[in-house]
Design a protein around this ligand. Structure first.
Ligand code: ADE
Length: 277
């Protein structure tokens, strides 16, 4: 996969040389190019922003540096055999970035990131390239960063670990929270390793039992507990068929009850505080 990042802070992307992404680059699984947007400015101050039409606070990134930068980056990619680019525009106004979108992006051969500073990029730039390629406007969460560079690091890491051969078997992503499959929509529970005693704290006996069925059940219950506590919205979104009898018992202990009005889906709702069944 080829990745291009156009930014006014190329050094902000230095972490792409480290750890999983760095190794994927070294192995040739990821071909990363970071470009300084200011290389496509021609005034003394290397200006990339200007005041917004219509007034208001902040500055807007100008059309020309972005247009020239993207034309040059795309031409260079095509020349070296890259194909089917997609533009990834980090913005708090974008669609929420999640595992599903990470999977979709990991299936594309070439991603071009346009992290912006200030109030964002003149809309005409996005509209122009949207006529030539898919554009993904993505937000990594409901908070406002000073710029999109940190979002590029987040998206790149989530995507890179899904590329074939990047993760070893030992670190397979099949059991990830949010991975499609049996644990769909449940968060992963706690994990333990040696030593068996630490500061008078042991580990749950079941994990030493060697009983695979019991261990799987325990893990599932812990996942239900953690999800109910930290992400009740994920439980509410679950199709009832993903909950077996034991799941339902655990959810009931945790204070959840099936919604009688939820038929035909029978979705689970949190029981109102203080109301006994
Ligand atoms: N730029 C500023 N805030 C952002 C966010 N939450 N997600 C993506 N890009 C951003």
């Amino acid at each position: 996969m080829r990745l291009d990042v156009v930014t006014i802070f190329p050094e902000y992307l230095d972490p792409l040389n480290v750890s999983l992404v760095g190794k994927a680059r070294a192995r040739g699984q990821l071909n990363v190019h970071v470009h300084d947007l200011r290389s496509w400015t021609y005034d003394r101050h290397n200006t990339v922003d200007d005041t917004p039409y219509g007034g208001g606070p902040g500055m807007v990134m100008k059309t020309d540096p972005w247009g020239e930068a993207l034309d040059a980056v795309l031409a260079d990619g095509y020349e070296t055999g890259a194909h089917q680019p997609a533009l990834v525009v980090p913005t708090p106004s974008g669609r929420p970035f999640n595992q599903e979108l990470a999977v979709e992006l990991s299936e594309r051969p070439w991603l071009v990131f346009t992290p912006a500073r200030y109030e964002g990029i003149d809309r005409r730039v996005i509209d122009e390239y949207a006529t030539r390629m898919p554009v993904y406007e993505v937000s990594i969460g409901d908070y406002v960063l000073a710029g999109g560079e940190a979002a590029v690091l987040v998206v790149t890491e989530a995507v890179a670990r899904l590329l074939p051969g990047v993760l070893g078997n030992a670190e397979s992503h099949q059991d990830d929270s949010f991975a499609p499959g049996a644990m769909a929509n449940l968060l992963e529970g706690p994990v333990y390793t040696k030593p068996p005693q630490w500061r008078e704290r042991g580990i749950p006996d079941v994990l030493l039992s060697g009983h695979h069925g019991k261990i799987a059940r325990w893990r599932r219950d812990e996942a239900l507990k953690r999800t109910a506590a930290n992400r009740p919205d994920l439980i509410e979104r679950c199709e009832p068929k993903v909950f077996d009898k034991k799941d339902r018992e655990m959810l009931s202990i945790l204070g959840w009850a099936p919604d009688p009005a939820g038929e035909p889906y029978g979705r689970f709702w949190r029981r109102p505080q203080g109301v006994e069944e």
